[in-house]
Structure formats: C-alpha cells, structure tokens
Design a protein around this ligand. Structure first.
Ligand code: AHR
Length: 353
C-alpha cells in the first residue's frame, strides 16, 4: 500500500525526477526484500517453537511416543495373550500412542504395515515377524527414515543386524532343548516321536526343532518318525495328528508339539482315534497357556514348556528408553519355566494367560 502512494506523487518530467524515481524504486525494492526476510524469519521462529516437529519426521507436538506395531495375527491362544499384553500396556501409559496392525498371518501384510508406519513418521516400529526371511528391504527403508525397529517375540534373518535395535522374547532353541530334556529325565529314551512343527520358516519352528534335535541326538533310541507343520493352530494340529495316526497308529509313543494349541488339537485327534492322550501317547508341548493347564489337570497333556507372551511392558520400556536417547541391550531374553502335569492343578489359578 505505501509503495502505491509514493509512486503516485512522483512524475518523470525531467532528469532530476527520473533519477529520483530510479532511487526510489531501488529503495522500495530493498524495503520489500527486508520485509520478506522479516516475514520469513518470523515464520521460521514459529516453526521452530513447535517441539519435536522435525524429530524423526514426526509431527507430534505433545511429547507422545507413537509406536507402530505389526502383529502376526491370532493363530493361537499365545498370540491373543501377546496382543492383549501390548494393547493393555499401551493403554496404561499416557505418553504412548499405539498404532496396531493385524497381518492375518501374511508376511506381505506385515511389510505393507511397516511401510505405512514409515510414511506416517511414527517414532518406533515394533513387530513380531511371521517368518524369518524377506524383511531386509523394508527394514532398510525404516533405517533410512531414521525410525528404530524393535523385534518382539521372533527374530528376523538379515545380514545387517543394525537394521533392528533390539530383539526381546524367548530363547526358542532352549525351549526345544527343555522339551527333549524332560523326556530324557523321565526315562523316555526308547520312543518313536511325532513332531508337530509351527509355521514353516518361522523362528520358533526352526529353533524349537533345532534345540529338540540337538538334545535327542545323544539318544539313539529317540527317533522322530514323522514331522510336519500344523501352522501353530488347533485345527492344523488336529488335522496333521490325524494323518500321523493314520500312517503310524499305535507305533507312536511321544508327540512333540511346537505349541499348546496344536497339542490340544492333536489330543482331540488321539481321542477320536481311540487312544488315551497323556498315557498311550506322551505329549510334550510349548507355551504354557491356560488351555494346556486344563489339559494337564485332565491328565491329557504331560508337560508344557513356558514361552511368555507378556511382552507389552518390556516393549514400551524399550521404546521410552530409545526416545530418551538411551542405549538398550541388543537381546532381551524372557525368563521361563517348565510345568509338568503334576503341578498343573496347583499353578493353574495363578497363570496370567
Ligand atoms: O512366536 C511364539 C509362538 O507363536 C508361540 O509358541 C505360538 O503359540 C505362537 O503362535
């Protein structure tokens, strides 16, 4: 507005006036530039006053930590308890915003969810990988975006372990060893074993098998005569056990199930076949979920090796520590027990899942 008023007062009737006009134009341009600079400075100051605007590309201005979590699905009682632990712990912490995504057992859905979290600029990404391999590219994308990744429950198989900051969860190899050691302690060293494996390519299926085989290899009488995946589900366990019984029938002495849900499905198949689970066929499984305790109280399952799904508190402790700039351990191992059927009735009411 000021520029227009001055301009209307000047004319270009002689050299002096023309000169004046030129000077005034330069002056006005300088003034305009200065004003633009001022406006720009004020804008920058306003932007910088918004806390955390540039932290990890995150827009949060309320000090909250946004955690994107990609869960495998709901294939077992263990998984349901794990989801509950994560969601209820997030709800307890007022500084945590949880973005939860269910992959319905599909790796492609997990990869999509992680990409969405990256695009949203969350502070931390956490996930329980359905299988070990195939996550390299998306983890690189997260690293490039400056978003730390926490692995919960299951590990990934990547060459560069700087792609994730920590892995919290059970020692699956040790769980397999514990199952085999229990059989040996009970003197069950001359037995035909059938094995119900977890999801093909998943860390617990690979590791539990490894640990179990490592221990039984010292016992020539312990033979795995059939092994197949039941995908960690009750229906899978039942279906595969039916096939094992059809092929081997009374020849089977021991069932090693990679989780309780498959063992419970298999118990049904054994009963329908006309054998007594827990007696005719000794059953060893992993997880220690409530259903396993009920089966043990009923005398149908012999032992369960604990694998705790209660990872929520650890997960958010780690996310908070990361946001405070603290260094956290690369591996956080869950402490676990073994529960034989003899203690089931005493322990069942104290179980949290
Ligand atoms: O990764 C943990 C395993 O996944 C549990 O043993 C099983 O029940 C679950 O589905």
């Amino acid at each position: 507005m000021a520029k227009t008023l001055i301009w209307s007062y000047i004319d270009a009737s002689n050299d002096w006036h023309t000169n004046c006009n030129v000077k005034i134009i330069i002056l006005l341009k300088e003034l305009e530039l200065k004003r633009s600079l001022k406006v720009l400075t004020v804008m920058l100051m306003m932007i910088m006053c918004i806390p955390g605007l540039f932290a990890n590309g995150q827009k949060e201005d309320d000090g909250k930590i946004v955690v994107g979590f990609s869960q495998i699905g709901a294939e077992s009682a263990w998984r349901v308890a794990n989801t509950e632990s994560i969601q209820s712990e997030a709800a307890k912490r007022s500084n945590i915003v949880l973005k939860f995504s269910d992959a319905q057992q599909k790796q492609e859905n997990q990869i999509k969810a992680i990409r969405t979290f990256i695009a949203q600029g969350v502070d931390v990404i956490a996930f329980s990988p359905v299988v070990e391999t195939g996550f390299e590219a998306v983890l690189k994308e997260a690293k490039e975006a400056g978003i730390p990744v926490i692995l919960t429950d299951r590990a990934v198989d990547v060459a560069d372990d700087s792609l994730w900051v920590t892995f919290m969860g059970s020692d699956f190899v040790e769980e397999g060893r514990k199952a085999a050691r229990w059989l040996i302690e009970k003197g069950l060293t001359d037995v035909n074993i059938v094995e119900l494996q977890g999801t093909v390519g998943s860390a617990p299926a690979i590791d539990r098998k490894t640990g179990f085989e490592e221990v039984i290899k010292s016992q020539p009488g312990m033979k795995i005569i059939k092994t197949q995946s039941g995908d960690f589900t009750r229906s899978g366990g039942k279906e595969v056990m039916e096939a094992f019984l059809k092929a081997e029938g009374d020849n089977i002495n021991v069932l090693f199930a990679h989780n309780d849900d498959m063992a419970i499905g298999a118990i049904q198949a054994i009963e329908e076949y006309g054998l007594i689970p827990g007696k005719d066929i000794i059953i060893v499984s992993i997880d220690a979920v409530r259903g396993a305790f009920e089966a043990m109280v009923a005398g149908k399952l012999n032992v369960t090796v604990e694998c705790s799904p209660l990872l929520g508190p650890q997960l958010f402790d780690a996310a908070e520590a990361l946001m405070r700039g603290e260094k956290i351990p690369k591996r956080i191992v869950t402490k676990e027990d073994v529960f034989p059927m003899e203690v089931a009735a005493k322990v069942i009411d104290s179980r949290a899942y």
